[in-house]
Design a protein around this ligand. Structure first.
Ligand code: GTQ
Length: 346
């Protein structure tokens, strides 16, 4: 900006006092619509999986070296921070038979969505949860967690963490755990599942629900598919925290949706950012007029306030998208807005 001489002189006077005039604010930085550096992008499964395989041969997981064999999805608009969005870091993790990803805890909350393999478990504060593909497993902030693999084939899952949001609040903190994290045999998640507890148990309440099994999720999707759909998302479910009725985690909501054969949704946009993983099937998502074709294993991001609509490409197979959203943060601060595209055929 070319400022008149007297304004420049005034600014020069104020600068060493660590104050600044609001007249210096560029009006372009006050857009009527929210703006973001986050770019729409699609990561192909082959690139992610091959990166994990390359890392499998070169990175071994153990305390003292690398604690997690993790590949992060870097948003092309955020190369310098290597985050997936301004609120969420999405990564893929591979663990080999016999490996233990040592226990630690941190102020970031995490969820895992399991993609392939058998025989590994995550231990969260003593709850040992065997991982099966399609399962969703939560690690709320501050919980000790360790992953270990007792099976005989590689396991791969998605990690979603609220790292950039917690970082923006300057609240990152992290503690390693000394040794192996003990499994609490009395908190058998399979027995409790948040609904029952042994007679005589001294535990004051059922432990938190941290494990959402694919068989339950898929059954619910199939049941909903027979009943109704959502115009923007098809047959869509949000995973719920039964203790609060709210989202899975205070900062992140996890959802799953089925697009039935030939199903095409209507366009909408919202102030939250969404990341989708194609768990089954294939299709196309239109983001602000740009087509993103996805197949099983691909992951793509819809930045905030971007128009988007989904279509299942197949007339024979259903498509299933698992998705993660920063919507709870926006809602907590009264910043959530949603708009349906006007003038489109209903
Ligand atoms: O598995 O505990 O992708 O602590 C990033 C940080 C995974 C994990 C990540 C973590 C983990």
């Amino acid at each position: 900006m070319d400022l008149p001489k007297e304004i420049q002189e005034l600014n020069d006077l104020l600068r060493p006092r660590w104050v600044s005039g609001l007249w210096n604010v560029d009006h372009a930085e006050r857009p009527s619509d929210p703006k973001t550096r986050v770019k729409p992008h699609l990561w192909k499964w082959h690139d992610i999986y091959d990166s994990l395989l390359q890392a499998r041969d070169k990175i071994s997981v153990a305390r003292g070296s690398v604690e997690r064999r993790v590949i992060r999805l870097v948003n092309p608009g955020m190369a310098e921070t290597e985050m997936t969005s301004h609120t969420i870091l999405l990564s893929f993790q591979l663990i080999q038979p016999g490996e233990v990803a040592p226990a630690h805890r941190h102020t970031m909350a995490a969820f895992r969505f399991i993609l392939q393999g058998h025989g590994a478990y995550t231990n969260v504060d003593g709850q040992k949860m065997m991982m099966q593909d399609g399962d969703l497993i939560l690690t709320p902030q501050g919980c000790w967690h360790e992953h270990a693999h007792e099976g005989d084939e590689n396991m791969v899952w998605i990690d979603g963490l609220d790292v950039p949001f917690v970082q923006a609040l300057h609240q990152i903190s992290f503690d390693p755990y000394k040794g192996r994290l003990p499994v609490n045999e009395s908190i058998d998640a399979a027995t409790f599942y948040g609904m029952t507890r042994p007679i005589g148990s001294t535990i004051p309440q059922a432990p938190p629900l941290l494990h959402y099994r694919w068989q339950d999720t898929y059954q619910a999707l199939q049941r909903l598919a027979r009943a109704s759909g959502n115009p923007f998302d098809g047959v869509a479910l949000e995973f719920v925290n039964p203790a609060t009725g709210g989202s899975t985690l205070p900062t992140m909501s996890c959802q799953v949706q089925m697009l039935r054969t030939n199903e095409k949704t209507k366009a909408h946009r919202h102030t939250s950012t969404s990341i989708y993983h194609a768990f089954r099937g294939s299709g196309t998502t239109l983001i602000n007029g740009q087509s993103f074709h996805w197949q099983k294993g691909d992951t793509f991001i819809v930045p905030l306030w971007s128009w988007h609509e989904h279509a299942n490409a197949s007339s024979t197979d259903e498509a299933i998208l698992f998705s993660m959203h920063d919507e709870p943060i926006l809602k907590a601060f009264g910043l959530y807005r949603e708009e349906a595209q006007a003038g489109k055929e209903s």
